[in-house]
Ligand binder design. Structure first.
Ligand SMILES: *Cc1c(COP(=O)(O)O)cnc(C)c1O
Length: 423
């Protein structure tokens, strides 16, 4: 008998979790099938590109002739079924990768259209929705937005109506991130792209793929995206990549991205890999199962907290296209307790108690729980939420299903300690 009291979870909470888990057997099997298909895809890409021990070395300085780095890019391109990819530790985060993509594609006088509401928070300053030094707006690149319909789905007629002669790029964010609309399936992304291309075939369709990689058997690049972009401290890094980002897409666009990331004329030829290639390759190899673990954790959290009477988004039975779970806790003390549970279940810094703090750029104090091997890694078990109505927590990650389960049980435990009764 497994005994969760060794980490501070009571037999009653463990039993509650076991009951919920038993209801999810079929769901978990379906998640495993997606991971299996994606594992095969990644393996085939590594074999096709003849990944060799010699590719796991390093380069320094300019990084000329780094065959390992170029093979990693080819493995990404083949996995995403794109002509080319740029996968680099010099891409510092998802926002940076997206910024490289936008700057590579847009010229003064062009317009960017966000297809499903506002883009991810950090892109607001990049685009200039919130004024910022060096934004696209400063260079005369304008912004337009189509909001989702009343169900939160893409409003295709609204999207099409906002395309004009200056529209150069349509940005489509796959994951809901921290917004209230549902995450887009690749199928829906394909519908948006088809509608856009029908009215203006040369518009670049760029997908913010953060949190979505390997959640389905296909990727946005399989349904017509010209460019897909993401962070290596989320799904595709598999928890092992210690930094980095990727862009995958059309060869001409990736060439421009490399010119923008490095310098015109230099492009992808430079960029030392600094000994990071083994973790980037191995992390990508593990990413399908790691992503599946995180999705199981999200479904399990939805099931446990819905069972306790909380509103959860998405619901346990809703199909998943990313790894994020929202739980609406309604009370500040429950939000704090939830995050302290996730923290207490961490392998690193389990002994600290997170406190709400005034984070720059937010209009309310934010509490964050993260005890990660890689700073800020949100493919590792983590939770955060702003201390304001309706006191929602956003929960994501889990390098293994067992750890995700422990984190959810610990969050339940902390709520029970606050006086909540199990039913
Ligand atoms: C995480 C994320 C980003 C980029 O965030 P970084 O913290 O810069 O890596 C962009 N879009 C979405 C939807 C995300 O989830």
């Amino acid at each position: 008998m497994i005994d969760y009291s060794t980490v501070g979870i009571s037999p009653a909470v463990q039993a509650y979790g076991e009951k919920k888990e038993a209801e999810l057997t079929a769901r978990f099997a379906a998640i495993d099938r997606v991971a299996e298909a994606n594992q095969l895809k990644v393996l085939a890409a590594m074999q096709k590109n003849r990944l060799a021990e010699a590719h796991l070395g390093t380069s320094t300085g300019y990084g000329y002739n780094d065959a390992g780095r170029d093979t990693l890019a080819a493995v990404y391109a083949d996995t995403f079924h794109t002509e080319a990819a740029l996968v680099r530790p010099q891409i510092t985060c998802g926002t940076h990768a997206l910024t490289v993509g936008l700057w590579a594609c847009l010229h003064p006088g062009d317009e960017i259209l966000s297809a499903v509401g506002k883009p991810y928070d950090t892109l607001e300053e990049v685009i200039g929705i919130r004024p910022s030094a060096g934004s696209l707006a400063e260079y005369g690149i304008t912004y337009a937005q189509a909001d989702p319909d009343e169900n939160g789905d893409p409003d295709i007629p609204a999207i099409v109506s906002r395309i004009n002669e200056r529209t150069r790029l349509v940005e489509i964010q796959r994951s809901r991130g921290y917004s209230s609309r549902p995450t887009l399936s690749c199928e829906k992304i394909g519908q948006i792209i088809a509608a856009v291309k029908a009215v203006k075939p040369d518009v670049i369709c760029m997908v913010d793929n953060c949190y979505g990689e390997f959640a389905e058997e296909i990727e946005p690049s399989d349904v017509g995206a010209d460019l897909v972009v993401g962070s290596l401290i989320k799904n595709p890094g598999g928890g092992l990549a210690s930094t980095g980002g990727y862009l995958a897409g059309r060869q001409d666009i990736i060439d421009r991205c490399a010119y923008r990331l490095n310098a015109p004329g230099l492009g992808a030829e430079v960029g030392a890999s600094l000994g990071l290639l083994p973790s980037m390759f191995q992390g990508f190899f593990l990413a399908p199962t790691v992503t599946a673990s995180a999705i199981k954790g999200a479904v399990f959290a939805a099931s446990c907290f819905e069972g306790l009477g909380f509103e959860v988004i998405p619901r346990p039975e809703t199909p998943r296209y990313d790894i994020i779970q929202q739980v609406i806790l309604r009370k500040p003390e429950l939000l704090v307790a939830f995050c302290r549970g996730i923290q207490a279940a961490a392998p690193v810094d389990s002994f600290v108690a997170p406190e709400p703090w005034d984070m720059p750029g937010y209009d309310a104090p934010v509490i964050m729980a993260a005890g990660a091997f890689v700073q800020g890694s949100s493919i590792e078990l983590s939770a955060d939420g702003p201390l304001k109505e309706p006191y929602s927590v956003f929960f994501q990650g889990g390098l293994t299903w067992y750890h995700a389960k422990t984190g959810v049980l610990m969050a339940v435990q902390k709520l029970v300690d606050e006086g909540l009764t199990l039913c």
